[in-house]
Design a protein around this ligand. Structure first.
Ligand code: HEC
Length: 109
């Protein structure tokens, strides 16, 4: 019970510091969240629910069982309107945002 209260407190702090959804505790996922909100949310929605770009929440891990295939799409883009990010984002940023999309969108991570 005490643990639950502590965790709830931490999540509340994380929320108020980002002004939006809770920041993931894993630093890599937190970096991925920043990249996502800065570059991807405009098309894919702040929660990955879709918009101009397709829905990603709950889909990417299913559509790309191997994360490297997802990373290739992010790097090279797709003809259907997905921009290529290989030149504007570092390999680390792309891996971070790929992990964020797989592990955080559509969940409470
Ligand atoms: C200008 C709008 C736009 C932006 C910005 C954008 N995307 Fe996309 N994205 C799309 C569209 C449209 C598709 C569907 C392309 C197709 O399949 O033909 C797509 C597809 C994808 C897919 C494939 C999903 C699947 O299941 O097949 C991934 C992964 C993806 N985007 C990740 C990202 C990431 C990561 C970013 C930010 C770095 C991003 N997108 C930014 C428009 C966008």
């Amino acid at each position: 019970m005490v643990a639950v209260l502590v965790i709830t407190g931490l999540v509340t702090v994380a929320c108020s510091s980002t002004g939006g959804g809770a920041a993931p505790s894993d630093p890599l996922l937190a970096q991925g969240q920043q990249v996502y909100q800065a570059h991807c949310a405009t098309c894919h929605g702040t929660k990955g629910q879709g918009g101009t770009g397709m829905k990603l929440a709950g889909k990417v891990a299913q559509n790309f069982p191997n994360i490297d295939d997802q990373i290739a799409v992010i790097q090279n883009g797709r003809s259907g309107g997905m921009p290529a990010w290989g030149k504007s984002l570092s390999a680390d940023e792309i891996r971070a945002v790929a992990r964020y999309e797989r592990e955080c969108l559509g969940t409470t991570c």
